[in-house]
Design a protein around this ligand. Structure first.
Ligand code: 5AD
Ligand code: SF4
Length: 444
């Protein structure tokens, strides 16, 4: 039996990237506006699984998550599957998982309340439309109480079609949200408590729009405008594509104090042959040149990247070139993945698929290189003074945890509170976090 009584409580479970976190927050706001209450525990009347499709086993995970939602008495909550698995495999989910009452894609979730009405009337509903008018205009304008750090999706979708990637299919074509709507939403986030905003987009640096006077601007123009919000202390953005690092955006790193010295710039591989097969529109050399320009603008910038090991056809020498690139950049942190064959993408049917044990072995070597550089970067920060934005309490009494400008996790003791910027001196460095001594309380 499926419940048809009006749900009182709901829970959104997020998987995957930061954009899903943002979408999850917007769904939460929609459902609250619809009269439901957010539940803390696992006993909500409505559960939204906000899924990720980027690498394999994602769909399998969704089915096992659905299975786990069955309660001891055999009943199930109302289940909605949202996110990129919903978009890519909505029909299969409906066929395979009778407990699922709603399937809603990432560009259609503003319709969740109407869908809920239909589900309560006993229908199973799928909405994976990608309307050209964007969902954003239909979401409640008010933002819920925010922690000190908040995400703001400014750009969505991707036209780049890297040969391994599902995003152009699950998130659709690139769209940029309008300047005015973003300024408004940023202002609301600040009013709701945010002191730092991370601008999100699959290709965030491809954002384009028109400023208040109708002049065309890029992401740097948007950042400049947001920097004018008095109570907003910090701005970050992610994820950038190397081919869209404009001069203006690079200059922004030198000129805008609120823009944090951190850049996540995925390269994926250090071999030009593999980059070509991946349909990345940059080479190793053009990537390194971009990094040089960014470092010239902001010498202390912390660099981050994404890597895929074992793309089809990757030889030991291709892989060695990736390690060489890592050596020459000196990343502050990076994410690395084994190539995962995604149905429907060109890479899934390429010759030269790599054996699982080779993938394992290359990932291990790559991660060892990244860990080494991450520790070196953190050790290189010792003795520096910086401001830490307090995010939450640490494990020990009196201890706080916050982020440095370079996105390092920093533990320190102080009489601070969440949302404050505390001046510290970095005193101890590990591979994943640092310790610091509070110097004084700052207000800006
Ligand atoms: N296999 C492995 N990693 C992938 N990524 C995207 N698609 C795949 C795939 N099929 C990685 C890329 C991207 C990050 C978000 O996920 O490194 O930058
Ligand atoms: Fe995927 Fe490439 Fe687009 Fe990034 S740029 S979302 S990796 S297709």
């Amino acid at each position: 039996m499926h419940p048809t009584r009006l749900p009182q409580t709901f829970k959104v479970k997020n998987f995957g990237c930061q954009m899903n976190v943002y979408d999850g927050e917007r769904m939460t706001e929609l459902l609250i506006a619809d009269g439901l209450a957010a539940a803390d525990g696992d006993d909500a009347d409505l559960v939204v699984l906000n899924t990720c499709h980027i690498r394999e086993k994602a769909a399998e995970k969704v089915y096992s998550d659905i299975g786990r939602l069955r309660r001891e008495d055999g009943s199930v909550p109302l289940i909605a599957v949202a996110g990129c698995v919903a978009q890519a495999e909505g029909e299969e989910i409906m066929a395979r998982a009778p407990a699922v009452r709603m399937v809603v894609g990432p560009q259609a979730y503003h319709r969740l309340p109407q869908m809920l009405g239909e589900a309560l009337a006993g229908r199973r509903v799928t909405d994976t439309d990608m309307p050209s008018a964007t969902k954003f205009a239909e979401l409640p304008p008010r933002r819920r109480r925010s922690g000190p750090t908040a995400f703001l999706t400014v750009q969505e979708g991707c036209d780049k079609f890297c040969t391994y990637c599902v995003v152009p299919y699950t998130r659709g074509a690139e769209i940029s949200r309008p300047f005015g709507a973003l300024l408004d939403e940023a202002q609301r986030l600040v009013e709701a408590g945010a002191r730092e905003i991370t601008l999100l987009g699959q290709n965030v640096n491809a954002w384009s729009g028109e400023d208040g006077r109708g002049r065309p601007i890029g992401l740097d123009g948007l950042i400049r405008a947001l920097a004018g919000l008095p109570d907003l202390a910090r701005i970050r953005y992610t994820t950038s594509h190397p081919s869209d690092m404009s001069e203006g955006l690079i200059a922004a790193h030198a000129e805008i104090a609120k823009l944090m010295p951190f850049l996540h710039l995925p390269v994926q591989s250090g071999s030009d042959g593999i980059l070509k097969a991946m349909n990345r529109s940059h080479t190793t050399e053009s990537y390194l040149r971009t990094i040089e320009r960014v470092r010239a603008a902001r010498p202390d910038i912390a660099l981050s990247g994404d890597f895929i090991v074992g793309f089809p056809g990757e030889s030991e020498s291709d892989f060695a070139q990736t390690l060489k690139l890592i050596d020459s950049v000196g990343y502050a942190q990076a994410f690395s993945f084994k190539f995962s064959s995604r149905p429907g993408t060109p890479a899934a049917v390429m010759d030269g698929q790599i054996a699982p044990e080779v993938l394992d072995e290359r990932l291990k070597r790559l991660q060892a290189a990244i860990n080494r550089d991450q520790l070196a970067f953190n050790q290189g920060s010792l003795g520096k003074r910086c401001k830490v934005l307090v995010e939450r309490r640490g494990k020990r009494p009196g201890q706080w945890l916050g982020k440095s400008p370079w996105l390092q996790s920093v533990h320190f003791e102080s009489a601070a509170t969440v949302g404050e910027l505390v001046e510290v001196e970095l005193t101890e460095a590990g591979p994943n976090s640092l310790h610091a001594r509070a110097v004084e309380l700052a207000t800006a």
